[in-house]
Design a protein around this ligand. Structure first.
Ligand code: T5A
Length: 214
């Protein structure tokens, strides 16, 4: 009986993008969109959303005076992720209808793997330390790199990296989207937030059968 009451597995949606692409605003929109449909929604952010994850986040983003090596940076992102998966995500899949995560492993593949140049080792590490968790749908908000950077008020450690790094991020995300078109949907994130919400909504409606009604 208890088994019958259990929800079927939540739709796991991740939102990815370049700096200042409007991710946070889109995630608030998504949350409202699903709540209006009477679906139970849980939102997480990466790195973060657990006590340990938030501490790791401070090291990764706020402490600009720390000299983190590229591999240390990679391992910290992975550590924050495994903590989130084990502590929250894996259990919440049967408690909610939709789980939205502000960034997930595609960010590691692109930021540490592609733009920082750690390459293959990142692919292997991501594979191992995602613990089998894979998004059902990923929205990549694609904005002009310089437009996004201009929006940032107080750039953090990663956002403060030089322009070529940020340009590489866009190339990296587009490559991933090309390799996995079924999962990763590229959303034009230029124009007003309302225009972006409309584009996101169109993708959601198109994907609804497989994602929301499963
Ligand atoms: N990272 C993360 C890695 O390197 N590896 C990893 O494995 C993971 C998981 C996370 C950082 O860590 C890196 C990526 C990131 O650098 P974060 O603080 O979560 O740090 O940084 P972001 O994910 O970039 O999120 P932010 O909240 O800083 O920015 P958003 O969500 O991209 O942008 P948003 O929505 O806050 O918008 C920024 C501003 O622009 C305005 C918004 O209102 C806001 O003021 N804006 C617009 N204004 C007008 N028109 C539009 N279309 C607008 N879109 C946004």
């Amino acid at each position: 009986m208890a088994e019958k009451m259990k929800k079927s597995k939540a739709a796991f949606i991740t939102v990815e993008g370049l700096e200042g692409c409007g991710k946070s605003s889109v995630i608030r929109f998504l949350e409202e969109f699903f709540k209006k449909k009477k679906l139970e929604v849980q939102v997480y952010r990466e790195p973060g959303s657990t006590k340990i994850g938030e501490e790791i986040r401070k090291i990764l983003l706020e402490k600009k005076d720390l000299e983190l090596s590229s591999y240390t940076e990679l391992l910290l992102y992975l550590a924050a992720r495994t903590q989130l998966i084990e502590e929250r995500l894996s259990k919440d899949l049967s408690r909610f209808d939709v789980i939205i995560c502000d960034r997930f492993y595609d960010s590691t593949l692109v930021y540490q793997g592609y733009a920082l140049g750690l390459g293959r080792v990142v692919e292997q590490a991501v594979d191992i330390f995602s613990l089998g968790m894979k998004p059902d749908l990923t929205l990549f908000l694609d904005v002009d790199v310089e437009v996004g950077l201009r929006r940032l008020k107080a750039p953090d450690r990663i956002e403060s990296r030089p322009l070529p790094f940020h340009k590489k991020l866009r190339t990296g995300f587009l490559k991933l989207a090309k390799a996995e078109p079924e999962r990763i949907k590229v959303i034009d994130a230029s124009g007003s937030l309302d225009q972006i919400y409309q584009r996101v909504k169109e993708v959601l409606i198109k994907e609804r059968i497989s994602i929301i009604n499963k």
